[in-house]
Write a protein that binds this ligand. Sequence first.
Ligand code: SF4
Ligand code: SF4
Length: 490
Amino acid sequence: MAEVISEVTKIRRRVLTEVAALIFNNRLVEDVEGLPKKLTDEGLTSYRCCQYKEQAILQERIKLALGIDITAEDSKKRLEELARNVLDQPVARSDKPYITLIEEACDHCSIDKMFVTNACRNCVAHNCVNSCPRDAIKIVDNRAFIIREKCIECGLCAKACSYGAIVEIERPCSRACAVDAIVSGDKASAAIEEGNCVECGACIVACPFGAISYRSEIVNAIKMLRHSQSETVALVAPSFIGQFGPGVDWDVLKEGLKKLGFTRVVMVAAGADEVIREESRELLENIEFNKGVTFNSCCPSFKNLINKHYPELTAGISTTESPMLKTARLLKKSGDDDIKNIFIGPCLAKKGEAIRESNGLIDGVLTYEEIAAVLVGAGINLAKLGGEKSRRDNNLENPSIDALNFCAAGGVSKAILNSMERDGLQVKTAAGIRDCDKLLKQISRGVFKIDFMEGMGCQDGCIGGPGTMTGPAKAKGLLKKMSREVEMNV
Ligand code: SF4
Ligand code: SF4
């Protein structure tokens, strides 16, 4: 996420929190219909043409918080009916993409790339007119005018203007998407091309109108916490550090999650230790049998990128399960098969991975902002908890330093290199889909030969994920501090 918390993020979090609170207070069905009005009356949103438009958009945000697929025809029902359905019906998870466009919220940003601003002074030079290779600029009403049908968006006019009066603009959502998955939909709104989307969530962070968001799983998670007869385990990603405020360390978070109803709280880094061992073995084998580049398997967006955009490289993806799945498997092995595993982390793509690859090992995926909303909705204030020191859960809470650092860019390759203790390994890393894409392109073209590529869908790695609440710079510092403490066994 960005270092600055935008109004869009605040609105999304407020809606999640309100929905969670209504469930905990057993008032969801009764009060959900009035929630959009309550929120606009309180001044949460007042950016659109009128209150009715604001409320229509809030309705869609509430549906997403309820976990409803807003592209489906039956999502048009009243909020009250939808709320009753999600509470009454057994937990059913759909493999429909979690990332979705809220049509009503899309501001249909301009799709014209070259744009003449008020800085145009109708100067004598007319460098814009003279630089255009297609004769696409003429002077109308004392200023430059671009004839859209002729413009090829080469940008030469923008470069030529002495005043910088012509600017190049792009829809924020499509600029953020490195894989051309944002296209033009009905009435020039944005649309997501599922076949290209790698579920990185970059467009959610980029859209200044909050028109791209995601289906939440908070309702299912709360239902499991309140009604499940079996153990409900929180599998927390190590990037949790710093996400819930400066004083919230592992013990505080664990105490809060237990208060919420989780029967066990474990760190996913335990699974990462298994991943390091297994992926290193696999890499060694691939080198011995000359199988080409091995790609890490822990980042679902990176895997989606290879599978969807570089099918010729798919065979190189490590077959080792991700730390999330490994940890869930350890839990199922060591306990009751019936336990409910809820992953808590920074990632939206994990929601898709849990559906497609977990074979029932993972029962829900919550981002940090979702679990924060659930905690607040339940009236639990982490800042006020003491963080009772409890006995650590065997190796599930005592991961290695390398496993802890899996969540920062470069952490996976460092762990693999440390584990293999072999000279001469050729390794490259990339963070962010755009950089991953560049590197994969070169690998695919045979520009260089390497043994291992670490790809992370988010810049800075998982600590920069779209579901985080703290900027990556701060998170990185806190991760280092936690690693030092673990090393010193504090
Ligand atoms: S940036 Fe947001 S508002 Fe603009 S076109 Fe994209 S989705 Fe719509
Ligand atoms: S690939 Fe990422 S940025 Fe592009 S549409 Fe999908 S989630 Fe959004």
